[in-house]
Design a protein around this ligand. Structure first.
Ligand SMILES: CC(C)(COP(=O)(O)OP(=O)(O)OC[C@H]1O[C@@H](n2cnc3c(N)ncnc32)[C@H](O)[C@@H]1OP(=O)(O)O)[C@@H](O)C(=O)NCCC(=O)NCCS
Length: 197
């Protein structure tokens, strides 16, 4: 396996990995009628708006993992509203009732990027998402992807980075602690971790 910069041809594979790891690290395919929706929230905007901070883990069978993110969450949210959301609003309207399933919850997330403006963005302005398929997990590749991404942030002079993780995803929580993140906030559904760079 090797790590390389993202290329536009990787987009479909990244969307697929996003879905196949999207249920607390497990396959979320069964939760979505539309297999692209989760990627439209957690992958597409980063690939469009921050392609220089997207890295792919691949082997001879193709991409097996990725790390993506932004160096500046506030600017990212503004760009998401301006350059990402308008292309999707017609195809993905908000339901006119409170969400009743994962697909509808994800539609809410798609339409509300300001949810990313948490109290920690001032001290930890960058944020990231990392996902590896099962065939790539547990062999040090997650740590290697993280090192690549953090070095790219340091080169840009970014002072800190944060991330969110579901309360049920204990494996990812252990991984983040092991690679140097500390807990910033927790509620019943999720935790936020941070690292000064
Ligand atoms: C979470 C994830 C990114 C970790 O990547 P990985 O390649 O499996 O982890 P690594 O093998 O690089 O492990 C790095 C370190 O974390 C530790 N670690 C990883 N999983 C752990 C666990 N469940 N418990 C304790 N430590 C763990 C490893 O022991 C290793 O420590 P070391 O380097 O000192 O030996 C990866 O498993 C994954 O993508 N899972 C599915 C998707 C997901 O949950 N993404 C996160 C969504 S918030």
């Amino acid at each position: 396996m090797f790590i390389r910069p993202y290329q536009p041809e990787d987009r479909d594979a990244i969307y697929d990995i996003c879905l196949r790891t999207g249920d607390s690290g497990e396959d979320a395919s069964a939760q979505f009628q539309d297999p692209h929706l989760l990627g439209h929230v957690y992958a597409g905007p980063y690939l469009l708006l921050c392609p220089d901070l997207a890295f792919v883990l691949a082997d001879e069978d193709g991409p097996a993992g990725y790390i993506i993110g932004t160096s500046d969450t506030v600017a990212f949210v503004a760009a998401y509203r301006r350059r990402w959301l308008p292309s999707l609003t017609a195809s993905y309207p908000l339901p006119d009732h409170p969400p009743t399933n994962r697909q509808e919850q994800t539609l809410e997330l798609l339409h509300h990027p300001e949810r990313m403006l948490n109290p920690d963005v001032a001290d930890y302005p960058a944020h990231l998402h990392i996902d590896l398929l099962p065939r790539a997990q547990g062999r040090g590749h997650g740590r290697a992807l993280m090192t690549t991404f953090l070095n790219a942030l340091r080169e840009r002079g970014v002072p800190g980075v944060h991330l969110g993780v579901g309360a049920a995803n204990l494996r990812a929580q252990a991984f983040y602690a092991k690679v140097g993140f500390h807990e910033l906030h927790r509620d019943q559904h999720s935790l936020r971790f941070g690292m000064r760079l």
